[in-house]
Ligand binder design. Structure first.
Ligand code: HEC
Ligand code: HEC
Length: 362
């Protein structure tokens, strides 16, 4: 009798465990297992969030370009240029601080207020049609279904619910399935010999790349908010040889007002970097080859024009960036390593597909 009971209990435990495992797997793999994520998914791609129904979050964070837009600087719903290049938002939940030079923006919910309701410039312009936008969401049959599931006790949309849903979706954007990840997980053949040699260069004390592009996300911002470890001047500019970046876009000095913070921007993740050209906060570098030239030279030389100056001599540049010499094959190896950080498998995920629901609708 006792034996029988034990057996039943064991079986029951096994079934429970299996169910739990399956449920978790489903939860991880599908955007439709959590109604808030589902809402966020549709909202992220929905142009009706913008005041003239012409742009969505995905217009500037296109799944095909690792959730960037390929522009030097992004274009708002009213056709204005934003100051900055759109960063990838894959793995955004692994970052402790957001945007290129906003040290106070530490949550995704806070971050999205700028694209949603920011005014310098207007990006999506939600505040210019907020009531009618929520009316639209409340009348749309698809949103009705998921809203009821996500907020069973509520009847109305508001800004908080919008932020919550989009953030839930963003937290689901994970991409850590690159050849480099496979190599780290133990597959010796996942990286070419060139990429393996490039990896040694990347982590070497001569190049020091990993002292700023550190951690599993290749950005110190994934494990610290300490401004001294997250924001750096890498010698892109030295306007009039006065150790200045262009005055309209000079980094965290805007917040700290400390002279030595001029030109300091957040160190970006290098995951999927081969897919996210152009580069830097202002998109002013077109290719990874040119990025390597900048680091090898120890700063960028701009020979003429209003921004002329030698970035190598910028006094605020980080002391690690003294320059180095690479042979042509070492350069190719380093590039092979950077390319090995691309994970395109995420493109198969349901969350990377444009919602079919919007295609069949006016
Ligand atoms: C008009 C183009 C545009 C639109 C629309 C837009 N973004 Fe962005 N996004 C950017 C740019 C440019 C930046 C960098 C901003 C900066 O640092 O000044 C950015 C930064 C971000 C970041 C920070 C990433 C990081 O690691 O620093 C997140 C997250 C983000 N956007 C999410 C969103 C969401 C969610 C929406 C929709 C509500 C959205 N964006 C709409 C252009 C856009
Ligand atoms: C002292 C810190 C530091 C070191 C060392 C460093 N970087 Fe960077 N890196 C940064 C910062 C900060 C930015 C963004 C600068 C900006 O936009 O003004 C950046 C930008 C980049 C970008 C552009 C990414 C994008 O999405 O725009 C690449 C690629 C890059 N670094 C690769 C490297 C490589 C390769 C090395 C080693 C040779 C290296 N970095 C060393 C801090 C550093």
């Amino acid at each position: 009798m006792l034996k029988k009971l034990m057996l039943i209990l064991l079986l029951l435990g096994f079934v429970l465990l299996a169910a739990l495992f399956l449920f978790r797997k489903e939860k991880n793999s599908s955007i439709f297992s959590d109604p808030k994520i589902t809402l966020g998914y549709y909202l992220f791609f929905d142009k009706n969030l913008s005041v003239n129904h012409s742009r969505s979050c995905a217009s500037c964070h296109d799944p095909k370009l690792a959730f960037t837009d390929g522009y030097r600087s992004s274009v708002s719903t009213l056709g204005e240029n934003l100051l900055h290049n759109a960063p990838s938002i894959l793995n955004a939940s692994s970052m402790l601080v957001y945007d290129w030079a906003h040290p106070n923006v530490t949550t995704l919910e806070h971050q999205m207020l700028r694209p949603l309701v920011g005014t310098t410039p207007v990006e999506l312009g939600l505040h210019l049609h907020e009531t009618s936008c929520y009316e639209y969401l409340e009348h749309d049959s698809m949103y009705q279904v998921w809203f009821k599931a996500a907020y069973p006790k509520e009847t109305h949309w508001n800004r908080k619910r919008l932020q919550e849903s989009i953030a839930a979706f963003e937290k689901n954007l994970r991409s850590t399935n690159s050849p480099y990840d496979a190599y780290i997980a133990g597959n010796q053949h996942a990286l070419s010999d060139a990429a393996k040699r490039g990896m040694q260069l990347f982590f070497s004390t001569t190049l020091k790349c990993s002292s700023c592009h550190g951690g599993r996300m290749f950005s110190n911002a994934s494990f610290t908010r300490n401004p001294d470890s997250v924001y750096f001047n890498i010698g892109l500019y030295n306007v009039q040889q006065r150790s200045l970046y262009p005055a309209y876009d000079n980094g965290i000095i805007q917040y700290s007002k400390r002279k030595e913070d001029d030109g300091k921007f957040k160190v970006p993740s290098l995951r999927n970097v081969a897919l996210t050209a152009p580069y830097m906060h202002d998109g002013s570098i077109q290719t990874l080859e040119e990025v390597l030239e900048l680091y090898a030279r120890g700063g960028r030389l701009i020979a003429s024009g209003p921004q002329a100056g030698d970035g190598r001599l910028n006094q605020n540049k980080h002391p690690f960036l003294t320059g180095f010499t690479l042979s042509e094959s070492e350069k190719q190896n380093l590039l092979a390593f950077l390319n090995s950080l691309s994970d395109t498998t995420y493109l198969q995920q349901p969350w990377a597909q444009f919602p079919k629901y919007f295609l069949n609708r006016k």
